[in-house]
Design a protein around this ligand. Sequence first.
Ligand code: SF4
Length: 364
Amino acid sequence: TGDQDLQFRDPEKAEQLTDKLESLMDDIGEPVTIMHVCGSHEQAIAKYGLRSLLPDGLTIRMGPGCPVCVTDMPEVDEAVTLAEDGKIVATYGDMLRVPGTEQSLDDAKADGADVRVVYSASEAAEIAEEEDREVVFFATGFETTAAPTAAVLVDDPPENFSVLSAHKYVPPAMEIVAELPDTDVDGFLAAGHAATITGYGLFEEFVEEYETPAVVGGFEPIDILFGLARLLEFIRDDEPGLANAYQRCVTEEGNVPAKELMWDVFETTTGEWRGIAEVPDADLILSEEYSEYDARERFEIEPDVGGADPLTEDCICGDIMAGTADPDECPLFGEECTPQNPVGACMVSSEGPCKIWLEYGGQP
Ligand code: SF4
């Protein structure tokens, strides 16, 4: 409720927590880098100016937590090709301006293709019910949107409906980032909303294998500061622990029916996360049982693309998503690359770090 939200924005509590962070950093006695893995965390950190409250030596970096940003160019090319071939392509609004190799869906729309913005997979299925033509849902996002896509597919959607899945599964990407030689992360603030589906218990293996603490955090200022304090406690105690700092929404096992639904419809495969790396088991594709709704099975999708805009070669979005660079280190930031004319995907989405940093005046 609104009252609950206010409770998690209480300035007095925030001050107590920042004092605690300061004293924990004194105990630790060396710089600490925490990575969060969620665009909504970056939005909240920027909106409430939380970086300015952090003690010296404590750095928060964003990891691969923006689904729009990590959707790979060839996936956008597939959607553009389907739209140009006369299919109705329905997708989330943020996806329209994400650059493909040559074109975005917005460009295809300007050239006459039928591209529609939807707020959910079920809305895309409703379009298919009303239309005779093929409707392809370009499905993007992490576990939180994969589960609703799965719910539509198990509910006997219209025959002219199919899914082009660019859904991604976060935990394997965290492992890749933890292994990258240039990424020096002391602890992970895991995304609260993905954990409402997967449960926080999922991170146990990660914490054990990488001997790095992880804390699931919510999205209000107090949630984030509290999550950081739990992480610093683990780091001070040299304990690779796991904690749930978002107990009002997240349980150990998560939403079991949603998880079952998701793993009924999807399976994982190796896939490229834009600019970061090839990540094993982190792309979600339709399982054999639902292959009749798989746009890649139903249509021959052969994007005829030449080369990318040379400017995109300067885009360091992948490094930002891997936690090795900040948006203002990109030479194009706020100059050639703006939300009106995005060069890279990180400037498109409301969860994209470049767009967030520019909106909040540089280095939030
Ligand atoms: Fe890429 Fe634009 Fe961000 Fe630079 S500012 S990293 S070009 S999205």
